[in-house]
Design a protein around this ligand. Structure first.
Ligand SMILES: [Zn+2]
Ligand SMILES: [Zn+2]
Length: 181
């Protein structure tokens, strides 16, 4: 068994649209490698930096995230002479199995999967972020009392339509009243 603690620069494109790990930022890995019959069992944690955008107010977010890593890397299949059996790229895509390749373990796909799973789909700068005014885009945090008195002209027209239909109903009511009277 061996244990490693190391810092590595982040590879490109770990993340989703609104939040992710900036390329080249520091990733702190604490991993343990255990020799097992079929290969090498990797377990440990990775601490990554996150940058993104609040889904409500669009402010920049920076945060960090620790994820657990656990993966079994199996030794490559060998032929009767002990040479690695060539695998096609198709095999790599179809199979989630990780391999020890020329004494190397590629942690990147495992790290990528672990981080992406933990990312919030709608990240927020803080849990109670009030976001933006849906009418004008004003940052509600800057003035919680912000509101609009002026009705959008399209709504004003709708208001007028309601008024006139109510008038029609009133007339009908009056008619009924007359019959009863
Ligand atoms: Zn926000
Ligand atoms: Zn507004």
């Amino acid at each position: 068994m061996q244990e490693f603690s190391l810092s590595v620069p982040a590879p490109a494109e770990i993340g989703i649209m609104s939040i992710g790990v900036p390329k080249g930022s520091e990733i702190e890995l604490d991993v343990r490698l255990e020799s097992v019959i079929d290969g090498v069992l990797v377990s440990g944690t990775a601490l990554v930096q996150l940058t993104g955008e609040c889904s409500r107010c669009l402010d920049p977010i920076s945060d960090e995230l620790e994820v657990d890593l656990q993966e079994l890397y199996v030794y490559e299949e060998t032929d009767s002479r002990g040479r690695p059996v060539a695998r096609t790229e198709q095999d790599d895509e179809d199979d989630d199995q990780r391999f020890v390749i020329e004494d190397h373990l590629d942690l990147e796909p495992v790290l990528r999967d672990a981080v992406v799973l933990e990312l919030p789909l709608a990240p927020v700068c803080r849990d109670d972020c009030p976001g933006l005014c849906p009418q004008c885009g004003f940052r509600l945090e800057d003035d919680p009392a912000h509101q609009h008195d002026v009705i959008d002209p399209r709504w004003a027209a709708l208001g007028g339509a309601l008024e006139s239909s109510r008038g029609t109903i009133d007339q009908t009511d009056t008619g009924i009243d007359k019959e009863e009277g």
